[in-house]
Ligand binder design. Sequence first.
Ligand SMILES: NC(=O)c1ccc[n+]([C@@H]2O[C@H](COP(=O)([O-])OP(=O)(O)OC[C@H]3O[C@@H](n4cnc5c(N)ncnc54)[C@H](OP(=O)(O)O)[C@@H]3O)[C@@H](O)[C@H]2O)c1
Length: 420
Amino acid sequence: MFIPYNLLELNLLKLLRMKIITIMLLFLRLFVYKLFYVKMFSSLRYRVSINNDYNVNLVRNMYNNFFNQYYRKSSGSRSSSSISSSSNSNNNHKIKVIVAGATGYIGRKVVEELVSRNIPCISLVRSLDNISMKTMNCLDGSKIMICNVLDHNEVHDIYDIYQPSITICCLASRSGVKKDSWSVDYGGGMNLLHAQRNISLSINEVGHYVLLSAFCCGKPLLQYQHAKLKLEEEIIQYSKQSFSSSSPASSSSSSSSSSQSLLTYSIVRPTAYFKSLDGQVESACKGNPLLYFGKGDCSANAIGDEDLAKYLVDCAIQPNVVNMTNHCRDIGGPDNPPISKLEQLQLIYNSLEIPIEKRRYISLPIQVIDSLIGLFSMIESISRRLNLKRFEEKCSDASEIARIVRYYATEPMVAINEGE
Ligand SMILES: NC(=O)c1ccc[n+]([C@@H]2O[C@H](COP(=O)([O-])OP(=O)(O)OC[C@H]3O[C@@H](n4cnc5c(N)ncnc54)[C@H](OP(=O)(O)O)[C@@H]3O)[C@@H](O)[C@H]2O)c1
C-alpha cells in the first residue's frame, strides 16, 4: 500500500531536483554567455530592439498611460509631466555641451534633446564601427567626435579644442563587473570632470557637470554602485574648488562668499528604465513564458528615456530653474502606485492583446541566484588559493553579474516625492 506512495514521492523528488538542476544549468549558460560574449550580447540586443520597436513602443505607451491615469490624481509627483522642457534659446549660442556615453540608451536621447533645443553639442563616441543607424540618427545635428574617455590625454585634447561650458556624463560600463565599473563609471567620469574643471579655469568661466547616476546608489551593494558613488563624492569635492584657489579647497573656503566656485554640478539618480522590459516583450511576442523571481512583488516606477533626457538637459542648461545647482536627486516615473514586476508582465500581455489562456508565467526561486553566487564565490576562492588569476577574475565577474541580477530582482526602485 505504501509502495506507490513512496514511488510517487521519489518521482516528485526526482522531478524537483531535475527542475532545479535544469534552471541552474540555464543560468550557468546565461552567465557564461554574458561573461564571454558581452560585446556580441549588446550588439544582439540592439538588433532585437530595432526589429521589435513597434511592440516595445506599444508596451511603453500602455505603461505610460497606466501611470498617467494615476499621476493626474496625485499632485507633485516627479513624473514626466512635472519635467520642464523649456529652454532659454537666447542664451543657447553661449552654451556648448559635451555628452559622454552619447551612444547609450539615455545618452543618445540627451543628444537629440540638445539638438532639438538648438544647443551646440559634441557627442563623444569610442568608435564609429558598431554604431547602429538608429543611434546615428539620434546623434544627427551634433558634432560626433571619436574619443577614448578612458584616456586622460585624449579627453583633455577634446576639451581644449571645444572648450565646453557643460559636461553631461551618461557613461556606464556595459558589463557592470568590477574592473569595467571602476575604469568606465569612475575613471571615465573622472577624466571628464578633470577636463571640465581645467577648461573652466583656463577660460575663466564656471563649468557645470551633470552626472547620470542611479537611484540604487542609495543602497550600494554592487561594484558599479560603489564606483558611481565615489565619482559623486569627487564631483562634490571638485565643486568646492574656487577660482581663487584651484587646489581642492577646504569646506570653509568653499562656503566663503568672496571666492567663486569653479564648477557646479547636478547629480540625477533615475529609478529604472523601460529597456529592462524589452527582453520580456520579445519573449511574449514569441509565445515564450515570461520569467520573474520569487513572488514578483518587487516594485519600480520606471522613467521614460525621453522624459529623463529632458530633465538632464534642464539640469544642464537651467539648473537653478529646476533647483538642481549642486544638488543630487532621485527621479522616477509617477510613484502612485508603484508597479510590481508581475504587474509589469501583465501589462505587457495586455498591451500586446494576448488572450489570457495563452499567457504563461514562470516564477524562479531567488535561491537559484543565491546558489549561483555561492558557487562562483567558492570557485573564486579556490582559484585564488591555487593562484589561477584569470579564472579567479572570471569567477568574480560571474558572481558580480549574479549579484546584479539578484539586486534588480529584489530591491524596489521607487523614488517617492521629496518631503514624503
Ligand atoms: N538600466 C537601468 O534600468 C538604469 C536605471 C537607473 C540608472 N541607470 C544608470 O543610467 C546610466 C546610463 O545607462 P544607459 O542604459 O544609458 O547605459 P548604456 O546604454 O549601457 O550606455 C553606456 C554608454 O557608455 C559607453 N561606454 C561603455 N563602456 C565604455 C568604454 N569602455 N569606453 C567608452 N565608452 C564606454 C557606451 O558606449 P558604447 O555604445 O560604445 O558601448 C554607451 O555610450 C548608467 O549609469 C546606469 O547605471 C540605469
